[in-house]
Design a protein around this ligand. Structure first.
Ligand SMILES: Cc1cc2nc3c(=O)[nH]c(=O)nc-3n(C[C@H](O)[C@H](O)[C@H](O)COP(=O)(O)OP(=O)(O)OC[C@H]3O[C@@H](n4cnc5c(N)ncnc54)[C@H](O)[C@@H]3O)c2cc1C
Length: 261
C-alpha cells in the first residue's frame, strides 16, 4: 500500500506576527516543527505500511527550511521525502498550495492513499485536504479517527462528528484527513535518526513540476485576505456574593440561564 503524507512545517513557538501590508503570517527562524495533526497522519501511514507493506512518501510545499521537517519524517520511518520549493510559490493561498501539492503527488506516481492532517495550527483553514482530493479527482473523507479495515480496493473508517462518529467506506485510491484521536505518534528510533542525517531530500521546483507560475504565488491565488484582527477580550466580570453554597447555586443558575447546563 503506497501512502503519501502531506506535511506542513509550522512555527514551533506561538508569538504570532502579522505582516501589516499583506495580512499574512510572518514566518522564518529556526524554531519550526511538523504540524501536530500531520504527525498523526504520518503515524497512520506507518501503521498501514507495517500491516499491508508498500511505502510511505512524505511531501511538503514550503521554504528550504522545511527540509528539516522532512528529515524528521524519515527518522520516523518515511521511505522518501520530497520538498516542493520555488520562489514562485511564495504567497500561495490554499488553492495554489493544493494545486502545487497535487502536481507533486502526480509526479510521485499514483498512491493508494493520501493522508493529510485535519488542519494546520497556523493557517487553520482545513481546506488543503479536500481541495487536493478534488484536484486529484479522488474521493475524500475528513476527520478520520480510526481506520478499521483495508480490503481490496476500499477502506472502512470511522470519522468524528459532533453527534458521535460515522462509519464510512471509501474507494481507493482516495484522500483522507485525520484527527489527533486516531493514534499516538511514535518517537524516532536511534537507527532512524542516523539514517535521516544521511538521507537525501528530493527538491522539485516550479519547472520540474511543470507548474504554470501564473497559477501560483500571490498572483495566482484567488483567496484575498480582507482583514486580520485580534479577537476582543471579554471584560464582563461578575463577583458572586454570599456563602459558598449560595455562590454555587447562583453559578448553576447562571449556567442554566446561558444554556450551558
Ligand atoms: C491570500 C493568502 C496569502 C498567503 N500567503 C502566504 C505566504 O506568503 N506564505 C505562506 O507561508 N503562507 C501563505 N498563506 C498561507 C498558505 O496559503 C497556507 O498556509 C497553506 O495554503 C495551507 O493552508 P492551511 O495552513 O490553512 O492548511 P490546512 O488546509 O489547515 O491544512 C490541512 C492539511 O493539509 C496539508 N498541508 C497544508 N499545507 C501544506 C503544505 N504547505 N505542504 C504539505 N502539506 C500541507 C497538511 O496535511 C495539513 O494538515 C497565504 C494564505 C492566503 C489566504
Amino acid at each position: 500500500m503506497n501512502v503519501v503524507v502531506c506535511l506542513k512545517q509550522v512555527p514551533g513557538k506561538f508569538k504570532i506576527e502579522i505582516d501589516p501590508q499583506t495580512g499574512t503570517l510572518v514566518k522564518g527562524g529556526t524554531d519550526n516543527m511538523i504540524n501536530p495533526f500531520d504527525m498523526n497522519a504520518l503515524e497512520e501511514a506507518m501503521r498501514l505500511k507495517e500491516k499491508h507493506g508498500g511505502k510511505v512518501s512524505a511531501i511538503s510545499m514550503g521554504p528550504s527550511e522545511a527540509k528539516e521537517s522532512l528529515r524528521e519524517a524519515i527518522a520516523l520511518g518515511a521511505d522518501e521525502a520530497v520538498l516542493l520549493c520555488d520562489p514562485a510559490f511564495d504567497g500561495s493561498d490554499t488553492w495554489a498550495t493544493s494545486h502545487i501539492l497535487s502536481l507533486g503527488i502526480r509526479k510521485l506516481g499514483q498512491p493508494d492513499m493520501v493522508i493529510c492532517g485535519r488542519q494546520t495550527i497556523d493557517g487553520e483553514t482545513g481546506q488543503v485536504g479536500p481541495e487536493l482530493a478534488e484536484m486529484l479527482g479522488l474521493p475524500f473523507v475528513s476527520c478520520v479517527s480510526r481506520i478499521e479495515e483495508v480490503a481490496e480496493g476500499h477502506v472502512k473508517m470511522q470519522r468524528m462528528a459532533e453527534e458521535g462518529h460515522h462509519v464510512v467506506e471509501m474507494q481507493l485510491p482516495g484522500v483522507i484527513s485525520v484527527v489527533k484521536e486516531i493514534n499516538v505518534p511514535r518517537l524516532p528510533s536511534l537507527r532512524g535518526l542516523m539514517q535521516s542525517k544521511k538521507a537525501s531530500i528530493t527538491v522539485w521546483n516550479a519547472r520540474e513540476l511543470g507548474v504554470d507560475v501564473a497559477m501560483v504565488g500571490s498572483k495566482g491565488s484567488p483567496g484575498r485576505l480582507v482583514k486580520v484582527s485580534r479577537p476582543q477580550r471579554s471584560t464582563r466580570q461578575e463577583l458572586l456574593q454570599g456563602s459558598l453554597e449560595s455562590q454555587v447555586e447562583q453559578l448553576i443558575g447562571k449556567l442554566r440561564e446561558a444554556k450551558i447546563l
